[in-house]
Write a protein of this length. Structure first.
Length: 419
């Protein structure tokens, strides 16, 4: 019965997303030849395609307003390989907490992949572009790699102490958004203090809600993960190719927003680009996308606080029940254009407006769309409730197929294991 309820809820979330964005179909599949390419470090390869997230989330429409120019996004991760052609001119000198350096080195590839999701520039060989192509990346290297070649944990792998220090350094050195595509089960005082400090310095920390595949032995498969669970942090989970919640992610009350995390076309070391996580979603990559979208919001509203940026992203996210936060997708799937253009009002159902008391009637009012001409989103949301019963059966079939495919295993999920 519990599983049936989860499936029904997932179907409702997908239906709201489909109607709000006006898709003929939410499933986008890359060409077979692109799917079959094995990404190997040292072998340059380019996929001549646009990331599917551009269409899924309406990135082009958001870019009619802003593109991230002037915003600094810190990536607290494995470093960023600044020699990748897609990243040329958009990676600043950062900090290396593993060894002496400026953060522009990446032996693991995870940080470089996140950077490409955010600022990748189209080049002659590929149309890959980031969700905030005008932004600049501040690389903060806090680990070298997760495992040695023999599969053993690396001695210079992820650590809470270095991650906390990296967040502090990023906040001190001009970051507006700090992406932490990592998570741990331990509520650590230094990590909590670091994210509070970042908020006080005007930086929004965006962190992954956690992947079940990366849990240590004995760790719970549900419940809070850190730093995502801290109040000032925007906690991001993943949805699959069909826009549905995934059993690959850690669920719980700490989940605040969702984004696509599957079939991610992004930068691959210094070697062009690659499609990552083709079989199941990764919250690392969902966090990368939301971090880039947060940069768009920061550019559009430079005088607002990080908590206001967070509120914009959460309150405008697409969900079936406007007043309810779900342990599967939080406040819903991120909606970039709405987050940028929405009117600030405490009457918006959902998370309370920072610094304002939520009115008692907020849960019963409709969402207040941005005042823009020819905006189809309001119309689609109004009729979403009418067609929901008729569409649930079809969406349920899609969910079942997607869920089944998600168990086939992932051949190229090496970079998804950090979150």
């Amino acid at each position: 019965m519990r599983m049936a309820i989860r499936r029904l809820g997932a179907c409702a979330v997908l239906l709201a997303w489909v109607l709000a964005l006006g898709w003929a179909s939410p499933l986008i599949v890359y060409a077979d030849e692109a799917e079959q390419v094995e990404c190997v470090r040292g072998v340059t390869h380019y996929v001549d395609a646009e990331p599917q997230v551009n269409e899924l989330l309406g990135i082009a429409r958001a870019h009619t307003l802003v593109d991230g120019t002037g915003v600094i996004v810190a990536i607290v991760d494995s470093g960023v390989d600044a020699t990748n052609a897609h990243l040329a001119g958009h990676v600043l000198e950062g900090r290396d907490f593993v060894s002496d350096g400026n953060g522009q080195e990446d032996n693991d590839g995870h940080g470089t992949a996140i950077a490409g999701q955010i600022v990748a520039q189209p080049i002659a060989q590929s149309r890959l572009s980031g969700v905030a192509p005008g932004a600049h990346i501040l690389p903060v290297r806090v680990y070298n790699t997760v495992q040695t070649e023999g599969g053993r944990p690396a001695p210079d792998g992820p650590s809470i102490a270095r991650t906390a220090a990296g967040i502090r350094w990023a906040a001190e050195n001009g970051a507006h958004v700090i992406v932490v595509a990592q998570s741990v089960a331990e509520d650590d005082g230094s990590l909590n203090a670091a994210v509070k400090y970042a908020d006080s310095r005007g930086a929004l920390v965006v962190a992954s809600a956690g992947n079940r595949q990366t849990l240590e032995k004995g760790e719970p498969t549900e419940g809070a993960r850190y730093p995502a669970a801290y109040p000032t942090v925007l906690s991001v989970t993943a949805v699959d190719n069909a826009g549905l919640p995934t059993d690959a992610a850690v669920h719980g009350a700490h989940v605040e927003i969702a984004a696509p995390g599957q079939n991610v076309l992004t930068t691959w070391f210094a070697d062009g680009n690659c499609i990552l996580s083709p079989q199941f979603p990764s919250t690392s990559f969902s966090t990368g996308y939301v971090g880039g979208i947060a940069a768009l919001v920061a550019q559009a509203h430079p005088h607002e606080s990080p908590q206001m940026w967070k509120w914009r992203l959460e309150s405008t996210a697409l969900r079936a029940a406007p007043s309810q936060q779900s342990p599967l997708v939080g406040w819903g799937i991120v909606a970039p254009y709405d987050a940028i253009a929405t009117e600030v009002t405490p009457r918006m159902p959902g998370p309370p407006l920072p610094g304002a008391e939520q009115p008692a009637e907020a849960a019963t009012v409709g969402r207040i769309p941005p005042e823009v001409s020819e905006d189809p989103l309001a119309i689609r949301r109004n009729y979403a409730a009418i067609v929901t019963p008729a569409a649930l059966f079809i969406i349920g079939v899609v969910w079942t197929i997607s869920h089944g495919r998600g168990r086939l295993g992932e051949k190229r999920a090496g970079l998804a294991r950090k979150a």
